[in-house]
Write a protein that binds this ligand. Sequence first.
Ligand code: NAD
Length: 295
Amino acid sequence: MNNHYAFIGLGNMGLPMAKNLLKNGCHLSVFDLVDTAMDELVAHGAVKAESAVAAVDGADVVISMLPAGTHVQQLYLGEQGLQNKLSVNTLVIDCSTIDSHTAKTVGQALAKNNIKFIDAPVSGGVGGAAAGTLTFIVGGDKAHFDMAKPILEHMGKNIFHAGDLGAGQVAKICNNMLLSVLMTATAEAIQMGVDNGLDPKVLSDIMLQSSGRNWTLELYNPCPNVMENVPASKNYQGGFMVDLMKKDLGLAMETASNSKSITPMGALANSLYKMHSAQGHGQLDFSSIFKLFQH
Ligand code: NAD
């Protein structure tokens, strides 16, 4: 590899991820539909491209971080897509969270042109992207995973090979479905305690040392002012947006339907997050689901 990478999609996640690649000495051509993020990266040594096609010219690794499956499909397989522009043996790393079906479709189509593709969605949010501590959950050929690992290590701390093409997306969606269930259940339990006269901090400390212990109680308490420096204590600003959790739960429900999996807890969390978003909370952190139980 000639250490020349293209990075496409420089939003909340892509921008700090690209910065970490530059910090680690990688040569980057960057492209986004919006200029501002590209200009910021130029100040850090990146080359600004006029289009996605221009960005991948001469690159042997392409990384994309786009909102949803339709954007990924369009970028690679659309009319102006990269499918026929990438050189043979290019390694494509798609870090977007999308449905596993699209990941497989894109990966299989690119394979016909001898282009390597892995799905590599991330966990760890904007904070993890900035700190270079993301978890990457990869699906695809093991040899392609091994090639990508040293690159992903510039942006993350834990790099997992989940299985074949699409498996990264499935594992990511299983995790986020579980997280949504833990968050809603923790919120309702704390509020029931408050309704019965308990101090939410005392109750949280008790549950943290009892069998209800879980990640949200340890690191991300949804009740305001129980923990410092979590979105709940900052008017639910920052963190992981309700609308992104809603999107991920939509993907989880689609996945469950395709595999005929029984997911009543995920389905309930999906309904609750949809309702919470419809009530105008889509831009708040996902721990704001606590508001649904307050009265
Ligand atoms: P974002 O909306 O901030 O960024 C997406 C970027 O892609 C935007 O800058 C947009 O202009 C650009 N874009 C869209 N279509 C494009 C195209 N055809 N060519 C070039 N650029 C294009 O989204 P984000 O928060 O960075 O999330 C990206 C992905 O990461 C999503 O799939 C999301 O679910 C996932 N994710 C986000 C978080 C988080 O906390 N934000 C955490 C984990 C995973």
